[in-house]
Design a protein around this ligand. Structure first.
Ligand code: NAD
Ligand code: DAU
Length: 360
């Protein structure tokens, strides 16, 4: 079996469902169920014996060691993290705790388990670390996209904590020979995306008649990838990646935030028009920028294509259509998430951003 950490979050839950749809190999899913972890994401697996869920922390060394001993996974796929940049600005401690200390604890437990395996199992074992393009910092408008050799230059507490975890993974390979793989992926979107992040937030706010908050001038650029493409890239790296290597994963799909918000409004205008006929674009509202906001991310995904033959299957047009349709069909999921704790966060994050102007 494989052990997945953070498999109740956005990408982790998509990965677990995708994995079990494509193979019969069981998944041991270790998740702390923070505000971002949601067992509702995994409802379709409720009766599926191939999915074993454990409510626990990657920072709990004895729990992780006992799970490894009991279930003997052939691979550990490490998704668990605090993942939201804005939260890392308002409260960085949890990011250091899980992303740095938690990854360290997980690596130590895995090292102990792996080093005691019989030789053939030790050789076949993999630790796959799921990381982000944000570790590379911010690009200027004419800079080449991030490659695997781009120097690390993280700018937020989130990206710094992910960079630290990447370095630990690298060191465990270099020093102890742990068979690691690292993926650095660009912005994901799709089903089960928590509505604190731009795309699901805009869909939820648009439908609720609330402002669509655009930070600063809205001309920051992100490279969007549909989540199932990220899942297929991780699977490919696990199966065929060269031990000790890192692989950048991206959609070759750079867009400004404003054009993403426009695309969402236009799609909602078509699929779920407002009764008064006014476009959702009328709800766009420019608010104070994110401190230290990275201007542009873009991924050079040629290595994973050249070495492993991976390419994204979805275009932004096909992926965003599926995403909007999914959210329209799963409003109960959004409502369930928008609990007291979530509302408190929204208040804290947006109260300090003055609404600068409203545009059509
Ligand atoms: P998410 O916030 O939706 O989910 C994180 C999951 O980890 C949650 O289920 C949470 O309960 C769990 N978790 C948090 N702390 C834990 C701990 N100490 N022990 C066990 N479980 C814990 O995040 P996501 O967007 O699904 O991201 C998953 C991974 O992919 C992260 O490592 C993130 O850095 C990386 N990543 C995300 C994106 C993106 O666009 N979302 C892009 C590239 C890389
Ligand atoms: O690049 C990969 C990263 O993408 C992942 O490592 C992170 O885990 C993931 O959260 C994401 O980070 P971003 O900060 O890019 O995602 P977010 O959805 O928070 O913001 C996307 C862009 O939209 C960013 O430029 C900030 C902007 N934004 C965001 C919110 C929430 C707004 O303009 N308004 C908003 O209300």
């Amino acid at each position: 079996m494989i052990l997945v950490s953070g498999g109740a979050g956005f990408i982790g839950s998509n990965f677990v469902m995708d994995w079990l749809a494509k193979s019969n190999e069981p998944v041991l899913n270790l998740d702390k169920l923070t505000y971002a972890g949601n067992l509702q994401n995994l409802q379709s697996l409720e009766q599926d014996q191939r999915h074993i869920f454990v409510h626990g922390d990657i920072g709990d060394a004895s729990l992780v060691a006992s799970l490894l001993k009991r279930y003997r996974p052939r691979a550990v796929l490490h998704f668990a993290a605090e993942s939201h940049v804005d939260r890392s600005i308002l409260g960085p401690a949890a990011f250091i705790e899980t992303n740095v200390n938690g990854t360290f604890t997980l690596l130590e437990a895995v090292r102990g388990y792996w080093s005691a395996l019989p030789e053939d199992e030790r050789e076949a074992f993999r630790f796959l670390h799921v990381s982000t393009d944000e570790v590379y910092g911010s690009l200027g408008p004419d800079d080449a996209p991030f490659s695997e050799t781009t120097a690390y230059a993280p700018n937020s507490p989130y990206s710094a904590s992910k960079a630290a975890s990447d370095h630990l993974v690298r060191a465990y390979h270099h020093t102890y020979g742990l068979p690691t793989l690292t993926t650095n992926c660009s912005n994901n979107y799709g089903p089960f995306h928590f509505p604190e992040k731009l795309i699901p937030l805009v869909i939820a706010n648009a439908r609720a008649g609330k402002p669509l908050p655009v930070y600063g001038d809205g001309l920051q650029v992100r490279d969007w990838l549909y989540v199932s493409d990220h899942c297929s890239a991780i699977r490919r790296v696990l199966e065929q990646g060269r031990v000790g290597e890192t692989y950048n994963v991206g959609g070759w799909n750079e867009m400004t935030n404003l054009s993403v918000v426009h695309a969402l409004c236009d799609m909602l205008d078509q699929l779920d028009p407002k009764a008064d006929g006014v476009s959702y674009r009328a709800q766009i509202s420019y608010v104070a920028d994110r401190p230290g906001h990275d201007r542009r991310y873009a991924i050079d995904a040629r290595k994973i294509e050249r070495e492993l033959g991976w390419k994204p299957a979805e275009t932004f047009e096909s992926g965003i259509a599926k995403t909007v349709q999914w959210y329209l069909a799963h409003q109960d999921w959004v409502q369930h998430i928008q609990s007291g704790a979530y509302l408190e966060w929204v208040q804290q994050n947006y109260a300090q951003r003055s609404v600068e102007e409203q545009v059509l």
